[in-house]
Write a protein that binds this ligand. Structure first.
Ligand code: 9MR
Length: 662
């Protein structure tokens, strides 16, 4: 018996071809190793009943009947006869029998009367538009061929959802058709939730793509760890939102080609989820060189049109941003759109704008915005329009990667100062796509480089959000690589935590490694089995669940942190990269209203070896490492002779659990 030829690679192509309305999650299960779930439908057709299936192509061509001409189990199979087109054949409707947002395995046996090439395909309709996907291809032969546990799911925006069999134009036989629920893997309940742990300091969230909503286990992880903020991985970017046909139609009808037409169809699974579960949304992203179609910048929205003038592009930009926010608020009036990446990735590492040019189909790093404007002068109007049309409470960010590299960082800082003066920006989004590599010495950026970037952005007096955090390992990571990743994550997280007064959100770029855009380098906190990785445990080590667990959405409101200072903060020197001790960053000295937490010399809300380090550093170099007033009050643990090395020693003993109380 032949096996299905679908492979994971093929499934990747299917996933990548997802379009408006969100496609099903589709990939082959790991064959025999896949756990067996509850069987919800099973047909061997021995009773002669084929009524659960419909004839794709209609009565004029295809007839469905029970036949004893061929069978796998028993003596009967379903026969589709009279077919005239390859796409005619037996179809099984899913959306009137099964649950949306649930994963199912489909298994079946298929055979032509003669040698044939067959496929199992998928059809659905969203907003009146019908889409098709070939789930299993290359079923070639004259014997029975197997479709083994192919995963399918659908969202509640989809209607007319079918799996169907096609290929050749002769008779097709179908037998042993089984629909089974994919067993959900229970997530770990005995670990603290990240949002529970840190959510009082900053929102903790993640980015999701439509597939994720069909995996109960993924969504259980979201509910436990990332319930304070969701970002659409792709579905709120210009190429998902801008509707070319509608743009052209509007232009043809009105003679005005400056009013772009938009649709949030692709983002529906995320937006509906956030509406239902009260989860705040980070909008990503309005103005970007990438994932933005070239036709948006061309006359008549035509692929081969001339570039439009800067004046026309400004009108398009304003109308697009206006429509974007108005439509969101109209469709989702109760959703908290608390942050928006207005401009994404406009500066290069050397601090210069991108090269002008098209994106093309391969997605070049050139910018059509620069093409039309000549330079980065499109940034300011983008923020001005966003400020004009964004709903109240939606804070505006400039977002970038490699944001810790000097040239780019300085360009961002200069730009941000200017936009801040004009009152149109609220913060900086540090994407934070980081690389742990094979050792902490090789990791890039180093923890101290990242920490310095946090220092510098903090000095701006704007809010900071960590918007796309992930940390790659080498390909095919070993246990040692995962250990380096864990230590590095810890260093980065502690550095973030030390700047918590200036940071209002920390967003991971995905939930489980296997679903990441960098899956081969395992960059996230949960593995493909939904289990917390070493990196997760490293991050939470040393922190405690607060007495008041943050609610959903956090009671602390959606405001970014009030930034208390525009004074440059001391640039801190982190401990050697081999330690995971957090930095000794201190905030502008608050009045010492007594001891806030005994031993907490660096005022990071906990007592660790870092407090001992902070004390020793302040004794050794008072100019550079003085403790804040609050830190000084907290540091005097033995109550004798002010702050001395004895206080540091006591804290060290406490940290090493040699003494129980301070
Ligand atoms: O995660 C996104 C991935 O699915 C897309 O293929 C990719 C295409 O550019 O974009 C990814 O998201 C990017 C984000 O929008 C901006 N920062 C970098 C992210 C990773 O490339």
């Amino acid at each position: 018996m032949r096996k299905s030829h679908i492979t994971k690679a093929a499934a990747g192509i299917l996933a990548a071809s997802m379009t408006i309305g969100s496609a099903p999650a589709v990939y082959a299960a790991d064959g025999d190793s896949a756990a067996t779930g509850k069987i919800v439908y099973s047909f061997d057709f021995e009773d002669g009943d084929v009524s659960a299936f419909t004839n794709r192509g209609g009565d004029d061509t295809t007839e469905l009947s029970a036949s004893t001409d061929a069978a796998v189990s028993g003596e009967t199979a379903l026969l589709a006869s009279g077919r005239s087109e390859s796409w005619n054949g037996p179809a099984f409707r899913l959306d009137d029998k099964l649950e949306p947002y649930t994963e199912y395995y489909i298994s079946a046996k298929i055979k032509g009367r003669y040698y044939t090439g067959a496929m199992m395909s998928f059809q659905y309709t969203v907003d009146g538009e019908t889409k098709y996907q070939n789930l299993v291809q290359n079923l070639n032969g004259s014997d029975w061929m197997s479709v083994d546990k192919v995963k399918v799911s659908f969202t509640d925006e989809m209607e007319g959802v079918y799996v169907y069999f096609e290929g050749g134009s002769d008779d097709l036989f179908l037998d042993d058709f089984v629909v089974e629920e994919v067993p959900a893997v229970e997530i770990e309940q005995d670990i603290p939730g990240l949002a529970q742990m840190f959510g009082n300091e900053f929102k903790v969230g993640t980015a999701l793509v439509p597939n994720n909503f069909s995996s109960r286990s993924t969504m259980d992880l979201v509910e436990k760890h990332f319930y304070q903020s969701l970002t659409a991985g792709n579905e709120m970017k210009p190429d998902s939102v801008l509707n070319k046909a509608a743009c052209q139609e509007y232009a043809a009808e009105t003679g005005d080609d400056t009013v772009p037409q938009i649709s949030f169809g692709a983002a529906k699974p995320l937006l509906n989820y956030c509406k239902k579960n009260n989860v705040p949304v980070r909008i990503h992203t309005l103005v970007w060189h990438s994932q933005t179609p070239d036709w948006f910048f061309k006359e008549n929205y035509s692929d081969d049109g001339e570039w439009v003038s800067k004046e026309k592009m400004l009108l398009r930009m304003e109308n697009y941003i206006k429509a974007y926010f108005e439509e969101l608020v109209k469709l989702y009036p109760t959703v908290d759109f608390y942050a928006c990446d207005v401009v994404n990735e406009a500066w290069l590492e050397d601090g210069k704008p991108r090269q002008p040019g098209e994106q093309g189909s391969s997605g070049s790093s050139k910018s059509a915005w620069v093409q039309v404007f000549g330079d980065n002068s499109f940034i300011e109007p983008a923020f001005t329009y966003a400020r004009k049309y964004a709903p109240e409470g939606c804070k505006l960010y400039y977002n970038d990667y490699n944001e810790y590299m000097d040239g780019k960082m300085n360009a961002i800082i200069d730009m941000a100062k200017d936009l801040k003066e004009k009152g149109v920006i609220d913060g900086i989004g540090m994407q934070s796509h980081l690389d742990a590599r094979q050792s902490l010495d090789a990791a890039f950026p180093s923890v101290s480089m990242y920490n310095k970037a946090l220092d510098k952005y903090s000095e701006l007096g704007l809010d900071i959000q960590i918007t796309e955090l992930d940390v790659t390992t080498p390909e095919n990571p070993t246990a040692a690589d995962f250990k380096v990743q864990a230590d590095y994550y810890k260093g980065i997280w502690d550095s973030i935590y030390a700047h918590k007064d200036n940071i209002s959100a920390v967003i991971l770029w995905g939930v489980t490694d296997d679903q990441s855009w960098r899956a081969s380098k395992s960059p996230l906190l949960f593995d493909g089995e939904y289990k917390a990785k070493e990196a997760f445990h490293a991050i939470i080590d040393g922190y405690e669940l607060p007495s008041e667990i943050p609610t959903n959405p956090p009671a602390s409101s959606t405001e970014p942190k009030p930034v208390t200072t525009t004074e440059p903060k001391p640039t801190t020197t982190l401990p050697a990269p081999t330690t995971t001790v957090p930095s000794t960053v201190t905030t502008t000295a608050p009045p010492a209203a007594g001891v806030s937490l005994k031993g907490d010399a660096n005022c990071d809300g906990r007592v660790t070896i870092a407090d001992a380090t902070a004390i020793l550093q302040s004794i050794g170099n008072a100019d550079e490492y003085s403790l804040s007033a609050q830190g000084t009050a907290n540091a005097d643990v033995d109550g004798k002779e002010g702050i001395t090395a004895a206080d540091a020693l006591t804290i060290q003993m406490y940290d090493a659990k040699e003494i129980e109380k301070l």
